[in-house]
Design a protein around this ligand. Structure first.
Ligand SMILES: Cc1cc2nc3c(=O)[nH]c(=O)nc-3n(C[C@H](O)[C@H](O)[C@H](O)COP(=O)(O)OP(=O)(O)OC[C@H]3O[C@@H](n4cnc5c(N)ncnc54)[C@H](O)[C@@H]3O)c2cc1C
Length: 456
């Protein structure tokens, strides 16, 4: 039963009921079977194109992919939706999944020196004793200003400058800096204020914090897309990593799988992480096109441990746990949102640690990670016992979000790399939108519209 039955698809929601066979002569390759690749393939197949999706791994869904646990499918990396996710909600409406979404009021907590503080209302902020009175007020005013100020110019100012100016240096050091470091490590000082502004307004945009999930998990969305792609004549190749893109003799593009198979296409849409393009186009005839893309765009990675527990430990969906002694930076207690039927009856928490793929931590064994994270949980919650744990899993992803620098909007790669031939719809272009399924689907819509509206 929905706690928030008010949520309807907004009138400006992105939907495409246009099934004219605009693209009926096109043979299109989509590289990457994450949400971007699947949505691009779905809309192009609906527009009449013959679509083939190449996915490197043995599973679709990319960062939103899932694993089987008992009788349910759980995301490897925690996922939820927000009422402001108009592109995602529009897609779910189009896929006839709207009635499967449920919403709950959620909250945010901040763990400091072993004490958990709720930070959701002005009163809770006033009680946040790790900051002085004046700093609490300045942080509150920063939040208020963040909601009403324009985003103009914020891409050219760092979060450090902007937040220090608004909240003061002390509050920046004690409150904002650890949260930025938790996400971007030692590159936090380069991140533009626009990143913070869009994220803050997405999370705290409504009167009450409210998050949504879908009965049966994100697997439902992936399966609905696959079904529709196949029903429109598209095909999906798993374990089909693409190694190289090049021109064929007839000016079509050739997709070379690393296992040696090659095929020519009229159009190619790349949705794999940006580093793929550098490698795939570096030494062929497409090298000049590759030069359009800033090779300095690097991506942050993540390690996620999923703990299935007999009991929950906080009432908050997300708790920032920022402490040098703790090997992760946050806890997502999914059970505060997910129905018990979606978690096989267990309490589910995700412990997240954003780590670059070159950091030795990224290559720690699962056992080492689980041992360290269990010790971290015991430090945060002294009554946490080994017996509380039913199961534990570790997942890693090397390419999650760009390590932004100021002026990123200018550096963002273009969506059309070669008119009428080669297109890009990848996470590195979602900015200033928040990297999310919503932002990705919005980008995919833009790219598909650009393709369908090109005139020759
Ligand atoms: C910890 C975590 C929590 C998150 N929480 C949320 C959330 O709550 N809500 C939300 O909306 N979003 C969330 N996100 C973000 C969201 O998952 C991503 O923004 C989104 O999934 C990106 O989709 P994508 O298709 O662009 O990229 P990806 O999901 O990265 O997909 C790219 C695909 O390309 C494939 N690929 C790579 N190289 C090749 C190759 N050479 N050939 C063929 N295929 C290739 C990959 O295997 C992958 O399947 C979260 C992400 C993480 C990591």
């Amino acid at each position: 039963m929905n706690d928030f039955p008010v949520l309807k698809v907004a009138s400006n929601t992105t939907t495409n009921n246009d099934t004219r066979p605009v693209a009926s002569t096109w043979n299109v390759a989509v590289i990457g079977g994450g949400i971007s690749g699947l949505v691009v393939a779905y809309w192009l197949a609906k527009a009449g194109a013959r679509v083939t999706v190449y996915e490197a791994s043995d599973q679709l869904g990319g960062l939103g992919t899932f694993f089987q646990y008992r009788n349910v499918s759980l995301e490897r990396f925690y996922h939820c939706m927000l009422p402001s996710d108009k592109h995602l909600l529009g897609l779910l409406h189009e896929l006839d999944l709207t009635d499967e979404i449920y919403w709950k009021e959620t909250s945010f907590g901040f763990m400091h020196n072993g004490k958990l503080y709720g930070l959701n209302t002005p009163l809770e902020l006033l009680k946040f004793s790790p900051l002085s009175w004046i700093d609490r007020i300045r942080v509150g005013l920063t939040g208020l200003w963040g909601r009403i100020c324009s985003s103009k110019g914020l891409d050219d100012v760092t979060c450090v400058e902007w937040l220090s100016r608004l909240s003061g240096n002390r509050a920046f050091e004690a409150f904002w800096k650890p949260m930025l470091q938790a996400k971007f490590g030692d590159r936090y000082h380069k991140v533009p204020a626009l990143w913070f502004w869009t994220r803050f307004n997405r999370e705290k945009g409504g009167k009450r914090e409210c998050k949504g999930y879908i009965h049966g998990g994100y697997r439902r969305i992936i399966e609905a897309l696959v079904k529709s792609i196949e029903a429109h004549g598209g095909s999906i190749r798993l374990q089909a990593p693409v190694g190289k893109l090049d021109f064929a003799e007839n000016a079509r593009l050739v997709v070379h799988e690393t296992q040696g198979k090659s095929e020519a296409y009229d159009r190619v849409v790349v949705t794999a992480p940006i580093s793929f393009l550098h490698k795939a186009m570096m030494d062929g005839e497409l090298a000049k096109t590759a030069a359009l893309i800033d090779t300095d765009i690097d991506m942050q990675g993540v390690i996620n441990a999923v703990f299935m527990l007999h009991r929950g430990f906080t009432k908050h969906y997300w708790v920032a746990a920022i402490d040098e002694e703790i090997p992760f930076q946050g806890i997502v207690e999914s059970t505060t949102l997910l129905d018990k039927t979606d978690t096989a009856g267990v309490h589910l928490i995700y412990l997240m640690n954003y780590v670059h793929r070159t950091d030795p931590l990224f290559y720690q064994s699962d056992e080492e990670i689980l041992k360290a994270y269990t010790a971290g949980l015991k430090r945060l919650f002294p009554d946490f016992q080994d017996d509380d744990v039913i199961d534990r899993f570790v997942f890693r992803a090397p390419f999650v979000e760009p390590l932004y620098t100021i002026g990123y909007q200018q550096r963002k790669p273009p969506t059309i790399l070669l008119t009428g031939k080669l297109y890009l719809a990848t996470t590195a272009q979602v900015y200033p939108d928040v990297t999310s399924w919503n932002g990705t689907i919005g980008l995919a819509r833009k790219v598909v519209d650009e393709m369908l509206n090109e005139e020759f």
